[in-house]
Write a protein that binds this ligand. Sequence first.
Ligand SMILES: Cc1cc2nc3c(=O)[nH]c(=O)nc-3n(C[C@H](O)[C@H](O)[C@H](O)COP(=O)(O)OP(=O)(O)OC[C@H]3O[C@@H](n4cnc5c(N)ncnc54)[C@H](O)[C@@H]3O)c2cc1C
Length: 374
Amino acid sequence: MSQVGSTASPRSGDVPARADVVVVGAGITGASLAHHLARRGVSVVVIEQSPQSGTGATGRSGGMVRAYDPDPAIGELALPSLATYRDPGRWASGQAPLHAVGAVTAAHPAEEPALRQAAGRINGALGTSAHVVAECDEVAGIRLAGGVALVEPEAGWVAPADVTADWLVQARADGAVVCHGVRVRAVEARGGRPAVRTDAGVISAGAVVAAVGPWAADPVPGLRPASPVRSRSIQVSVVERRPPAPAHATFVDLRTGLYAKPVGADRTLIGMPHLVWDSPFDAQPDPAHAQATVSALSAHFPWLTTAVHLSTVRAADAYGSPGAGGQASGLLVGTGVPHVWSVRGWNGSGVKTAPEAGRRIADACVTDAFSDVA
Ligand SMILES: Cc1cc2nc3c(=O)[nH]c(=O)nc-3n(C[C@H](O)[C@H](O)[C@H](O)COP(=O)(O)OP(=O)(O)OC[C@H]3O[C@@H](n4cnc5c(N)ncnc54)[C@H](O)[C@@H]3O)c2cc1C
């Protein structure tokens, strides 16, 4: 059995013949899941079509993480995930990946009671100092433009590709086989269990989980989620931040969907919802949207009007509703093939939820992979 390395071309027989669980996709979701499965002693094979990890949504992501989310299903995952991102003991590198620059979530003043309740919940669970600011012009380098804000000083951002790589290191150390540069062509039922056809051989699996990000919108045969997933464009730009522009926390405005985060000491990443559906993953950036993003965000960061634009990246994420009646509280969606599951679309939140989502999906997989053959 050989692991297909990052430079090797796949050859027939390069993948193991069987595994308890096959994970398709080595983005942040697949990597978290593989880590949790391997830690439980499950034999796991990860199949990633790209020669290296982090080429999908994960590699382009801003990586903003916070405990709060207005969607309770996301918030329930994001809170324990933040604890993992803060804990150096959970990482092969021995270092917590979190850059704790703080996180500011702005909202309409009517949301103040809900935000205060959320701050209490977060602090109770994490021992943090989340708090609400109201009637305040500016907080953590961000103008609130009339809103109230939940401030999470212990949140911030992670580098999603580094997090992914760390989990794959841990998964391999626990026995997982991670195959890069191998594409899954189809998944079919054979004798009641799935057979995963790749361009380097066939793997018989107890269960299969597709963690294919925006590819879930147009998946290979056998991986189509029962509740539809669509790909939606996400476009971000990086601009220079020079003094006297202040350092700032990460920022999301629930009134408009605008967001921003610092990148190192002198750059800022900015974004605004780009409502282009069924967008190809590698579509060209939209310059008009980039311009509109600068204009809209200058209400919060006035220095943006004169900032030097450095780059714009466009990618996509998988959007969908969680699998109603699915497993692991809607994290897994069934497909037409028994024991083959697709993870839910993360709707632009896959990084802040990945640690806890991977853990819960692993629990569901273990039950399914070792259930009686149908
Ligand atoms: C620009 C941008 C900014 C973002 N900012 C944030 C943020 O600040 N905070 C946050 O929480 N989230 C953010 N997100 C969302 C988050 O990054 C995604 O939800 C998350 O990365 C999705 O991870 P994934 O592993 O599900 O998908 P991906 O990272 O896309 O991984 C899927 C993998 O599956 C592989 N694959 C697909 N088909 C096959 C096949 N047939 N065979 C083998 N391999 C296959 C692909 O090559 C890919 O590597 C952002 C996303 C983008 C694009």
